[in-house]
Ligand binder design. Structure first.
Ligand code: HEM
Length: 341
């Protein structure tokens, strides 16, 4: 039993968590984006793929697109490293810096958001052992979890929380620069404060039969979209720095039946507050549970999330020639200007 587990708890349905060997050093994730505002995105996208194939490149790459920034279509590569040392070399490489700054098309932006993931500070919750996403693909094993289906399960699954409250000493408002970056024509660097949280969560509905699809379309899905929009549009109230929706694709760029939302939270308690108390995740949760009772079999919709509170300096981003609404851009500083006031 862990801190939040109800006494004699037996979860009412199965869910799984990714496990890593005790001595596993940090892993890492990079979201690499090309922001298309009417230019030729293919050149940047091809060079982004090449960038991920250089020495010390990632172990897995997934892909998708997002239209959450008004006036732009974003192509996104989601890359995960099993070894943070390789990631650190790649992150510091001349090739990455060259890729970020090499674009000459004024209608194309390039960006990167990276997080170093400590296995003891990681929560994954996975509905099906065979349908793995993201960091769970790099796990040593995926095991049934007794610590779920109650609020506080995320904190219980994060082993580091036994000794660390995982709080942020710096609120969201304090990291906003006094002069907002323009974004376009600028290079913006961002470092989020210690214990900021990287989250990725969403559904895979590729295995859903028609009756379940109908309930998802009419009930669960609209609530899921509304939840992400709330986080995207209300950073100060929610404590979520930024949130955007990614439709996943295959390598050829065709949509697959899977998407997710990326959320960067100020600290774990803000994410917990949203999931447990906010009407939007309560609606997502409630409609999903109601669908479970209405279907004649367990849902075939596979839910997945990963939650990582990040150590100091481990959550960074760079935006080049991107709109100010992009990702974490508004929390950054123009490169070369120590204080943008
Ligand atoms: C279709 C979309 C979604 C559905 C149906 C859904 C449903 C659920 C359900 C059923 C649980 C309880 C799981 C358990 O403990 O067994 C849960 C918890 C949780 N969800 Fe969602 N969710 C969705 C989207 C998201 C998104 C987008 C995020 C974050 C980016 C997210 C973050 C979480 C977290 C962190 C918890 C655990 C809270 C805690 O343990 O205290 N969910 N959700």
């Amino acid at each position: 039993m862990r801190a939040n587990t109800p006494p004699n708890w037996v979860p009412p349905f199965e869910a799984y968590e990714a496990k890593y060997d005790e001595d596993t050093k940090p892993l890492a994730v990079a979201y690499v984006g090309v922001q298309d505002r009417g230019g030729d995105a293919q050149i940047s996208l091809q060079s982004a793929r090449a960038l991920l194939s250089i020495e010390n490149g990632p172990d897995i790459i997934e892909q998708g697109w997002s239209s959450d920034v008004p006036g732009a279509h974003m192509h996104i590569l989601m890359a995960y490293w099993r070894h943070a040392e390789a990631f650190a070399n790649w992150r510091a490489s001349a090739e990455l810096n060259a890729w970020l700054t090499a674009g000459s098309d004024p209608l194309i932006g390039r960006w990167i958001e990276t997080s170093e993931i400590r296995p003891r500070a990681l929560d994954t919750l996975i509905a099906d052992t065979e349908v793995n996403w993201g960091v769970a693909k790099l796990a040593d094993e995926v095991v049934a979890s007794p610590y779920h289906a109650y609020w506080g399960g995320t904190r219980d699954r994060i082993l580091l929380s036994e000794t660390d409250a995982l709080e942020s000493e710096v609120g969201l408002a304090d990291v906003l620069p006094r002069k907002m970056p323009a974004g376009v024509h600028e290079i913006i660097d961002v470092v989020l404060p210690e214990n900021a949280v990287f989250t990725r969560g969403g559904p895979d509905w590729s295995q859903c039969p028609p009756d379940e699809m109908q309930q998802i379309r009419n009930s669960v899905y609209p609530a899921y979209v509304a939840g992400g929009r709330y986080l995207r549009d209300n950073p100060e109230e929610s404590g979520c720095y930024a949130c955007y929706f990614i439709q996943e694709t295959d390598e050829a760029g065709n949509d697959v039946q899977r998407n997710h939302q990326i959320g960067y939270f100020v600290e774990l308690s803000k994410l917990e507050d949203w999931t447990k108390n906010h009407p939007t995740h309560k609606a997502i949760f409630g409609r999903f549970m109601s669908m479970m009772t209405k279907l004649p079999r367990p849902p075939q919709m596979n839910l997945y999330h990963e939650v990582s509170p990040i150590a100091a300096g481990g959550l960074r981003a760079t935006y080049v020639n991107c709109l100010p609404e992009t990702g974490l851009l508004r929390y950054g500083q123009v490169r070369g200007e120590a204080d943008a006031s």
